[in-house]
Design a protein around this ligand. Structure first.
Ligand code: ADP
Ligand code: ASP
Ligand code: MG
Length: 403
């Protein structure tokens, strides 16, 4: 059997934790299985490296940022190999170069394109535990790239896919996927199983327990994921195509504080304006989420939309540069907002779910700024200070803490 195990930052945050992970992997190896381990940077290393860069140059190039950030994962994999060696089991650490982990060229947000499995297979054949750097890749210029925050999950799923692994286990600091972030909602419940589609929405809408691209990739290649704790032996959550438990109306709720609302006002009320506006942003790789357009009045209209908060300043700069071309009179930005979502495949066939959510928000006296829906989710934009209250209110209204 071939097993891919990924351990996040907290799970390798100290010498003791590294030794704990080493022992768990060795246990698997001693069952006769091939073991590929993917690691994140230790503890808060990535945040610390980001802070160092900001201190020296707040506008550092994305290339140099990736050169810096990849150091974190390189440290943890080599220390892990040393730990396993000290425990008497042969292991080897490998980075993105050594396994030809090819990505697109977008520094800071690259997508995986190809992995050369030959070296890994060779090392596994000689019965070594293979330890791979998460989060990093190389592009066509032979530069380091990174996959976006939380990207080590995606490295693990990609390796599981190309190596045809029997399981892909994501070890973290919680026991599995919960109905809400257990740090915010104390009575959140651990789910036994969840579908790829629901998990993808939850991850995209703020449930940071899995990188959303890892879920996308797991679905595409049929990799069954297990999310579980690195600190205990509890069962965890299985992420897969179909679940056997009865579908809940709403299976989970998520909060994303990294949102900003941009309003572009006084636009000409004529064909092609929305195209010009969003095409300008798309060409600069700005991801736009909820969009709201007002009814045209006296020849003008307003368009509001949300972007990630860390892209808000760039968005404003791009729009200001193109103000005349897109016919905007005024552009404003509000950063103190949060997106709150409910997700559940069960809502597809049940009307009234959105109304129930709005009732819960009304009872909690939370004002809704924007709304967006899909078949299996409803998202509202609220003031940031209301975000956690809104999350708890919806969790309670849909009875998510009960079994
Ligand atoms: P790692 O470093 O192991 O990748 P992360 O910090 O990226 O860990 O993800 C784990 C964290 O995700 C948890 O500590 C938890 O606070 C947060 N989280 C957010 N939403 C959820 C959820 N629905 N279920 C479980 N954890 C969640
Ligand atoms: N170390 C990276 C981060 O902190 C990648 C990861 O942990 O998945 O975002
Ligand atoms: Mg993570």
């Amino acid at each position: 059997m071939l097993v891919v195990k990924k351990f996040g930052g907290t799970s390798v945050g100290s010498k003791d934790r590294i030794l704990n992970v080493a022992r768990r992997c060795i246990e698997e190896h001693q069952k006769g299985n091939d073991v590929v381990v993917v690691l994140s940077a230790m503890g808060k290393t990535t945040d610390e490296l980001l802070a160092k860069a900001k201190d020296i140059n707040p506008r550092a190039s994305k290339r140099e940022m990736d050169m810096l950030l990849t150091v974190g994962e390189q440290t943890s994999v080599s220390l892990m190999a040393m730990a396993m060696d000290a425990l008497g089991v042969p292991a080897i650490s490998l980075n993105a170069f050594q396994i030809g982990m090819k990505t697109t060229s977008a520094y800071g947000n690259a997508r995986l394109k190809n992995i050369d499995t030959e070296r890994i297979r060779h090392e596994l054949e000689s019965r070594k535990i293979v330890i791979v750097t998460g989060f990093q890749g190389i592009n066509k210029y032979d530069d380091y790239t990174t996959l976006g925050r939380g990207g080590s999950d995606t490295t693990a799923v990609a390796l599981a896919a190309v190596l045809h692994a029997d399981t892909c286990e994501i070890y973290t600091d919680v026991d599995g996927v919960y109905t809400a972030d257990p740090r915010i909602v104390k009575d959140a419940r651990k789910m036994k199983e969840i579908t790829y589609d629901e998990m993808l929405d939850l991850a995209t809408l703020g449930a940071g327990v899995l990188h959303n691209r890892s879920v996308e990739m797991a679905k595409k290649y049929g990799v069954t994921l297990v999310v579980r704790s690195s600190l205990n032996d509890s069962e965890g959550t299985v992420v897969k195509e179909e679940v056997s438990v009865e579908r809940m109306l709403v299976s989970g709720v998520a909060l994303d504080k990294n949102a900003a609302r941009i309003s572009v006002m006084g636009l000409k009320d004529e064909p092609g304006i929305a195209f010009k506006l969003f095409d300008t942003l798309a060409k600069k790789h700005i991801n736009v989420d909820i969009i709201l357009q007002s009814i045209g009045r006296e020849g003008t209209k307003d368009i509001s939309f949300t972007v990630d908060e860390d892209e808000a300043d760039e968005t404003i700069a791009i729009l200001t540069d193109n103000k005349n071309r897109i016919t905007a009179k005024e552009i404003t930005c509000q950063k103190e907002v949060a997106k709150m979502s409910i997700v559940g495949a069960g809502m597809m066939s049940n009307p009234g779910v959105a109304a129930k959510m709005f009732e819960a928000l009304y009872n909690a006296r939370v004002n809704i700024n924007m709304i967006s829906t899909s078949e299996i989710r409803v998202t509202v934009l609220v003031d940031q200070e209301d975000g956690e209250k809104a999350l708890r209110a919806c969790h309670e209204a849909f009875g998510l803490s009960e079994i």
